[in-house]
Design a protein around this ligand. Structure first.
Ligand SMILES: Cc1cc2nc3c(=O)[nH]c(=O)nc-3n(C[C@H](O)[C@H](O)[C@H](O)COP(=O)(O)O)c2cc1C
Length: 370
């Protein structure tokens, strides 16, 4: 049974597709609430789904109210899942939903984010790592003062790759005083780790993060049947800005430019921005199509304010040149090699743009000026 709520139709479309695929029943939460129909019986083995949009980083109030009133009758353990449709930032949606479900004796299953109480995958997802590297791995997770040891092993089952993950809580294993020190140290290391992944000047991800995670995005795009696109860009005449106005102004230009792109592409599990070299950056994004990605990037670049203002009021203009490429055009099967094939393509296009007068995007079929 799939309970759905939809304001403008996206969630309804999603729920209908799911219902068709799974052969499930659909219940419109808004109509059911209006008719005060809150009692439902699940057949043995029937799954329970919720599909709804994200409004203001949370589930719609109507969804929370409906779940609160829901009277569900079932005979065995039920598998519960949720799908939310959204723009680009889900905020606390999944943890709020989890809270509502728990009040009604239900909980989400099947998503490891739910196990860890998170709304998106961990930055260091051990399972993806072991599947990609066909290996085993181990890590610690500190969640609300509780310490867990996670061990993951790559396995191959009926022709498909899986990660077998074992989680063991080790809180309390070291004795109180020692444990306080161990937990403190792990928490410090986790913060240090997150800091190391980002460039302190621009807040973009570091090249190290990209080396570690790019293939996870490749896998994710393949799994979702979507396209993985990259846009490599380099500031135009950046040395001149540094020489003429000094490095502090150069830094401000980079911060301003990256701050803009981060607003649109720093979306865990979907896109990220990397500082690849001194004034060279890469946008990596999973999208519906390469065309849509290029349109989006060039539209955003046209709308971007490409100046900074110095404390004395002087206006410093800046520009950059971009070269784009996508996974589908390189035809590389091995996920770990996709970046090696994409980079020269995006790089060559970027240099084509530089040679054509800079301040433009080269997509392979088009050169767009903004
Ligand atoms: C009032 C309103 C608030 C929204 N807030 C968010 C939000 O916080 N985060 C987000 O990613 N999308 C947000 N969106 C976008 C919707 O979640 C997205 O368009 C969704 O697919 C709409 O689903 P529906 O067509 O089933 O109503 C918002 C949309 C509206 C109308």
């Amino acid at each position: 049974m799939i309970f759905y709520f939809s304001g403008t139709g996206n969630s309804y479309h999603t729920a209908r597709k799911l219902a068709e695929g799974l052969g499930d029943r659909l219940v419109n939460m808004a109509e059911a609430a209006k008719a005060e129909n809150y009692a439902y019986t699940l057949a043995p083995g029937e799954k329970l789904g919720f599909v709804f949009p994200v409004y203001a980083w949370a589930p719609p109030k109507a969804v929370e109210d409906f779940i609160q009133n829901l009277e569900l009758y079932y005979t065995d353990d039920i598998y519960t899942y949720a799908v939310c449709t959204c723009g680009q930032s889900v905020g606390e949606t999944m943890s709020i939903l989890e809270g509502c479900l728990q009040e009604n004796g239900l909980s989400l299953r099947g998503s490891c984010h739910a196990v860890w109480g998170r709304s998106f995958p961990c930055e260091y997802c051990l399972s993806r790592h072991v599947v990609a590297s066909r290996s085993t791995g181990m890590k610690t997770e500190l969640v609300d003062g509780r310490l867990f040891l996670v061990f993951a092993k790559f396995i191959f089952l009926e022709g498909r790759a899986y990660s077998l993950e074992m989680v063991s809580e080790v809180t309390g294993l070291f004795g109180f005083e020692r444990e306080k020190r161990v937990l403190g140290e792990i928490s410090r290391l986790q913060q240090e780790n997150s800091r190391l992944m980002r460039d302190p000047l621009t807040d973009c991800y570091s090249r190290h993060y990209m080396n570690e995670h790019f293939h996870h995005y490749v896998q994710e795009a393949k799994a979702r049947g979507q396209e993985l696109c990259v846009a490599l860009f380099d500031m135009d005449n950046f040395k001149d800005i540094n020489d003429r106005y000094g490095h502090a102004t150069g830094d401000e230009v980079l911060r301003s430019c990256c701050g803009f792109w981060l607003k649109y592409f720093d979306v865990p599990g979907k896109s990220f921005l990397t500082r690849y070299g001194g004034d060279e950056f890469v946008i990596t994004a999973i999208t519906d199509s390469y065309g849509a990605f290029c349109d989006n990037v060039s539209h955003l670049a046209s709308a971007m304010r490409r100046t900074i203002v110095l404390p004395d009021g002087e206006i410093i203009p800046f520009s950059f040149t971009m070269g784009c490429a996508f996974m589908g055009e390189v035809g590389v099967e091995d996920e770990l090699s996709v970046w090696d094939a994409l980079f020269p393509l995006a790089d060559a296009r970027m240099y084509r743009g530089k040679n054509a007068g800079r301040n433009c995007i080269v997509t392979g079929t088009d050169t767009v000026r903004w």
